[in-house]
Design a protein around this ligand. Structure first.
Ligand code: SAM
Ligand code: SF4
Length: 333
């Protein structure tokens, strides 16, 4: 039995590492309007510490890493961290989730350092709407980042699109067209109440069945892909005759917790067994002590819950436990 197996026989081989809680955007589904208080730099795990935590994870069966944030590309020297992670025995795959704003400048160095795949967040194709959703920044720089990712050879390139009722649902058809015409994988994501279950979430949450309805309205012939594109929880489709593909990530309307294989490491050094709940394990007191770090991974297996309860939250039902107060930018998505 693999070492990182939890009480529900789920094997864990995937660690998402947030390298910073800072970000150059303020997406309305991720951060409150007034922003969040960033952790002081002295609270963040150093790159040496991240390498140490991953080395222990790899010795227990972690083989896949995703670098995320906040916006990971705002932390200086990220390519240096990636090349150190890529050299750890047992690490087979390193991917990155970014908002793309700084990617054009860093794509080549990151690819050379060992990033295999990138997910770039793109919620709209309209520059004015981009400013509304992200509250700052420039869509053109994201598009340049996507182009650079293709140029340096990242494959597959996935675009993360959080669907928001009344905000960007009228662009579903345009995103499907993009998935038809370009060798890209568009991932539609349900808006999750992480660290907030406020009116903004309740008003803008949109179940992803809407995507398949739009595909039907557009008379698109979609086929379900058996092979999952990558290793995520996405339900994947191709539009017959098209070049790319699309996927649905619907944690609320149909959760995928029974297949969960992931742990998360926050930028301030907490191992989170589940994105949704408050529970986290501080790795800092264990740094420098391999046995103590191993014990933290094992404890994460012991306390990992069976599932989140976002659907119950939406239905106004009671929660069995306390949800996290951290926002997505403070966890890493
Ligand atoms: N800054 C990077 C980015 O935006 O890609 C990486 C960090 S971001 C927290 C990771 C992913 O989480 C992004 O694709 C973002 O769209 C998604 N995300 C953030 N808040 C979300 C929410 N409330 N519900 C669903 N997805 C969310
Ligand atoms: Fe920043 Fe990414 Fe959150 Fe947007 S989704 S505010 S880009 S961390």
């Amino acid at each position: 039995m693999p070492v990182l197996t939890d009480r529900f026989e789920r094997v864990h081989d995937y660690l998402r590492i947030s390298v910073t809680d800072r970000c150059n955007l303020r997406c309305l589904y991720c951060m409150p309007e007034e922003g969040v208080e960033f952790a002081p730099s002295s609270d963040l795990l150093s790159y040496d510490h991240i390498v140490e935590v991953v080395e222990i994870g790899a010795s227990l069966g972690i083989s896949k890493l995703r670098i995320t944030g906040g916006e990971p590309l705002v932390r200086p020297g990220l390519d240096g961290l990636v090349s150190r992670l890529a050299a750890i025995p047992g690490i087979r795959d390193i991917s990155l989730t970014t908002n793309g704003v700084l990617l054009a400048d860093q794509a080549e160095a990151l690819r050379r350092a060992g990033v295999n795949r990138v997910n770039i967040s793109l919620d709209t194709l309209d520059p004015t709407r981009f400013r509304f959703i992200a509250r700052r920044g420039d869509l053109k720089r994201v598009m340049d980042g996507i182009e650079a990712a293709a140029r340096v050879g990242f494959s597959p390139i996935k675009l993360n699109c959080v669907l928001l009722k009344g905000v960007n649902e009228d662009e579903i058809a345009a995103f499907l067209k993009m998935a038809y015409e370009h060798p890209l994988h568009v991932r539609f994501i349900e808006y999750m109440p992480i660290g907030h279950a406020d009116d903004n979430w309740k008003n803008h949450y949109l179940p992803l069945t809407r995507v398949l309805e739009i595909a039907q309205e557009q008379s698109l012939d979609v086929e379900r892909l058996d092979d999952i594109v990558g290793n995520g929880p996405s339900e994947d489709y191709r539009i017959t005759g098209g070049t790319g593909s699309f996927g649905l990530i619907h944690p609320i309307s149909d959760h995928f917790c029974k297949r969960c294989n992931r742990l998360r490491l926050t930028a301030d050094g907490n191992l989170k067994p589940c994105l949704y709940w408050v529970d986290e394990l501080n790795v800092k007191p264990a740094l420098g002590d391999p046995e103590a770090l191993r014990a933290i991974y094992m404890r994460a297996m012991e306390i990992k819950p069976l599932n989140h309860e976002m659907a119950a939250k939406l239905a106004g039902e009671a929660q069995s436990h306390e949800p996290t107060a951290r926002r997505m930018s403070q966890i890493g998505g």
